[in-house]
Design a protein around this ligand. Structure first.
Ligand code: ADP
Ligand code: 5SP
Length: 499
């Protein structure tokens, strides 16, 4: 039997899947790493932690999996998007990576608009300047850490750095380049115009390739420590949402998915880069050939739940924490939660907004708060679904992936709030599966990714919306939407009290 490996460099952990030629997951390993949050709005990770944990995970996979290393034909990557990894002339890391959920760059976003112009930026990149994207982070280092910036010769995205350490070859690929705000996404070229207007040397941008291109093989040194073969072919891989979409079978017009990982995403396939959403949703190159996707992003989706668990139920597992939520009625006995604990992106581009529990009552117990958190995260994603529907998209079926797809009650809540059929696949690890599919396609096992999906992806269960619940949630959603405008000013004023 032949195998491929998909490495998903998530925000909470690296998750590695060993997948056989039939698409069955033969073994999976997960290795966590910490977030570094020095101040409110800051979010960093040490790239060395990613490398160490990926190497440790691959070693475990090889040690305890019963497959011959030579039978692993290909390996590819999926990675958290937008994170800035700055490298010097010897490709040494210059500082911690600044992540996608770091919002320190509001003034750099203004600098981008002032230098490039809002309209021109949207024409070239199809996206607005958001704090989470890579370009504002590059400018932040330029403005605030000039000594570090002077030494920087190039940058890459998180999974590109790990791939570099495994192969010795440095690249990025279009799906992650699209999230930098430096790519002309329809021309598929770094924008010399944006670089020029913002004083960035265009040699600073790394070489570009396609997600399914072979970029190298495993170095002898990495082969020695992990047990991998130096013959295993390495393919570039993609942004986690592009890979998640591949792993959820979002490969044709009309297909949509929701992903609840650390962030939350509602994503829809686009056959071309020519639609106009006026920057209200993100518009990026897909990792599948000649295609795109659009998405709305909730910054703290699964992260709101893990934050809640760590603060109020430390030591409990997710299954234990969620065990009673099906006994709590819709609306959590009059308790609403907004998941803005690190600011928000869609539909409210606001680095200052913070979360709320509205309607706390002395009768509320832990389970009411937990259900309110699940409902609030899902309401936030429904604001993205609403934008797509307002733009004429028909959304009646949504594939659900990520950690949030592990819980049955939450899947039914998704069906009822989105008013759409929710499909759960046999593996909820969309991004890792998408990376494995890119490797399988790159190895020539299938003529198209679609053919690979037909073989690899299996529906486990579907959840249909329940009419009575849909009606109740429609009313609650209208109340939920009042919270943002009602709390925006309050949260702005509270900014000075946050460290
Ligand atoms: N059993 C579970 N039930 C519900 N949610 C879960 C469960 N396990 C994990 N999660 C949620 O999934 C999130 C992690 O999802 P994952 O897709 O692994 O994230 P990432 O790719 O960002 O590292 C956690 O923050 C948590 O909110
Ligand atoms: O910033 C975005 C997308 O624009 C995030 O979706 C990141 O790509 C992180 O993903 P997860 O770790 O939550 O999967």
């Amino acid at each position: 039997m032949k195998y491929v490996i998909g490495v998903d460099l998530g925000t909470s952990a690296v998750k590695i899947l060993l997948v056989n030629q039939n698409g069955q997951v033969a073994r999976e390993v997960s290795k966590p790493y910490p977030l570094i949050q020095e101040k409110a709005g800051y979010s960093e990770q040490n790239p060395e932690d990613w490398v160490d944990q990926t190497v440790a995970g691959l070693s475990d996979l090889l040690k305890y999996g019963d497959c011959n290393p030579e039978d692993i034909e290909g390996l590819s990557f999926s990675g958290q998007m937008h994170g800035l990894v700055l490298l010097d002339e010897n490709n040494q890391v210059l500082r911690n990576a600044i992540l996608w959920n770091d919002t320190r760059t509001t003034s750099e976003c203004q600098e981008i608009y002032a230098g490039v112009g809002k309209e021109r930026l949207l024409q070239i990149t199809k996206n607005p300047a958001l704090e989470g994207f890579t370009l504002p982070k590059i400018l932040w280092v330029k403005n605030n850490e000039p000594d570090v910036y002077r030494k920087a010769k190039t940058f890459v995205l998180p999974k590109d750095y790990v791939r570099y350490r495994l192969t010795g070859k440095l690249h990025t690929e279009y799906s992650d380049a699209a999230g930098t705000l430096l790519l002309d996404i329809t021309e598929k070229k770094w924008s010399n115009e944006i670089c020029g207007l913002l004083g960035i040397d265009d040699k600073f941008c790394p070489p570009l390739t396609e997600s399914y291109e072979e970029v190298g093989t495993i170095t002898p040194q990495i082969a020695k420590v992990t047990g991998l073969s130096t013959l295993t072919r390495v393919f570039a891989g993609g942004a986690d949402n592009a890979c998640g979409a591949i792993g959820a079978g979002i490969l044709q017009d009309g297909k949509s998915m929701v992903s609840i990982g650390t962030s939350g995403v509602f994503l829809s396939y686009e056959p071309d880069g020519n639609k106009n959403f006026a920057g209200k949703v993100h518009y990026f190159n897909h990792s599948a050939p000649d295609s795109y996707y659009t998405m709305g992003v909730t910054l703290a989706a699964g992260y709101s739940l893990s934050w809640f668990k760590n603060v109020f139920a430390k030591g409990a597992g997710f299954d234990e924490l969620l065990a009673d939520v099906d006994q709590v009625p819709i609306g959590s006995n009059g308790l609403l939660f907004t998941p803005y604990i690190v600011g928000e992106r869609t539909p409210h581009v606001d680095a200052n907004i913070r979360g709320s529990f509205i309607g706390m009552d002395s009768s509320h117990q832990l389970k009411h708060f937990v259900r309110a958190v699940l409902e609030g995260i899902t309401f936030s994603l429904n604001e993205s679904v609403e934008i797509f529907r307002e733009h004429g998209k028909k959304i009646d079926t949504i594939v659900s992936i990520g950690g949030g797809a592990k819980n049955e009650t939450w899947l039914q809540i998704q069906a009822d709030i989105f008013n759409a059929r929710i499909v759960k696949l046999s593996s909820e690890q969309g991004p890792g599966m998408g990376a494995a599919m890119l490797a399988a396609y790159g190895c020539g096992w299938f003529a198209t990714l679609q053919e690979c999906g037909d073989q690899f992806l299996k529906v486990d269960k579907v959840y249909d919306p329940i009419e009575e619940n849909v009606e109740k949630y429609k009313n609650l959603f209208n109340l939920y939407k009042i919270i943002y405008p009602a709390t925006a000013l309050l949260n702005k004023e509270l900014m000075e009290y946050r460290n």
